[in-house]
Design a protein around this ligand. Structure first.
Ligand SMILES: NC(=O)c1ccc[n+]([C@@H]2O[C@H](COP(=O)([O-])OP(=O)(O)OC[C@H]3O[C@@H](n4cnc5c(N)ncnc54)[C@H](OP(=O)(O)O)[C@@H]3O)[C@@H](O)[C@H]2O)c1
Length: 239
């Protein structure tokens, strides 16, 4: 686990770093039957756990929270010493991005976290839902003037709270906005050796970029036919 954690360590010379971790089939599906578990593997879950173990905060779209039944991130013994040395809480906070706040505030994600779950929303979010979230123990982070969140502002708002090693686990609609706002620094992509056909979402959705954004391959691991690629945004590759 230490070796994997070293391989995926956040760059030491960056104040703020937004990394995404996504899994895709060979034909580009980011889900099967509404979940990513059927296209994942044990090795993928090890990388997933390692990336969580290194992060200050896991940023996730509300639909993924609803469909995947998100729970708080666990404090894991394997990362305890490393996190303490890096001045991190024992587990990363989960930050849910939502406009409507139609979330189950009685779920463990809100009632049982070791660090309070954050709700990233806009100033125009429904006041009654904001109050319900606060009553459940969530911390509200405002990152938009209307109901919607401005993705770049969300990154800044989390960084201002000291959450500078960011990990987004999607979903595709949220990731597409980070891409469009050009604030994504790194993509950790698991290529799953499966074909699913159908009309599943790709790893990033929403409006297309005018010009495709170039990333540079930093590392590539393989286990059991699954590929684990790590790409940095092109602007980092010349540095
Ligand atoms: N393959 C993978 O690695 C992977 C990773 C994650 C998820 N998935 C799959 O992807 C699917 C869900 O992803 P998705 O793309 O449909 O949804 P998503 O990105 O997880 O969540 C979309 C929701 O996030 C909130 N949101 C997004 N952008 C916002 C903004 N700018 N301002 C305010 N709120 C915003 C909204 O929540 P409200 O509706 O609450 O306002 C929106 O409905 C699931 O099937 C999941 O299994 C796959």
């Amino acid at each position: 686990m230490d070796e994997l954690a070293d391989a995926y360590a956040y760059p030491a010379d960056r104040d703020v770093w937004l990394r995404a971790n996504m899994v895709s089939t060979l034909d580009g599906a980011a889900q099967h039957d509404g979940r990513s578990q059927p296209i994942s593997s044990a090795a993928d879950m090890r990388v997933f756990g390692t990336l969580r173990g290194l992060a200050d905060v896991v940023v996730v779209g509300a639909e993924t929270v609803r469909q995947e039944g998100y729970r708080p991130a666990r404090a894991r013994e394997a990362f305890a010493a490393r996190r303490a040395a890096d001045g991190q809480a024992p587990a990363p906070a989960v930050a849910v991005v939502s406009a409507g706040l139609d979330l189950d505030f009685s779920s463990p994600l809100f009632t049982e976290p070791s660090v309070p779950t954050l709700l990233v929303t806009g100033a125009g979010a429904p006041a009654d839902r904001v109050a319900a979230a606060r009553a459940a123990g969530a911390e509200i982070v405002i990152a938009g003037d209307g109901a919607a969140v401005d993705p770049a502002r969300a990154v800044r708002a989390l960084a201002e709270r000291g959450l500078r090693r960011l990990l987004t686990e999607g979903g595709p609609r949220l990731l597409g906005q980070f891409v469009a706002a050009r604030v994504l620094d790194e993509l950790c992509l698991t290529v799953s050796p499966m074909l699913t056909a159908g009309d599943a979402q790709r790893i990033a959705g929403g409006p297309a970029l005018t010009v495709p954004e170039r990333f540079a391959l930093r590392s590539l691991l393989e286990e059991d036919g699954f590929l684990f690629a790590r790409y940095h945004q092109g602007r980092h590759s010349a540095e």
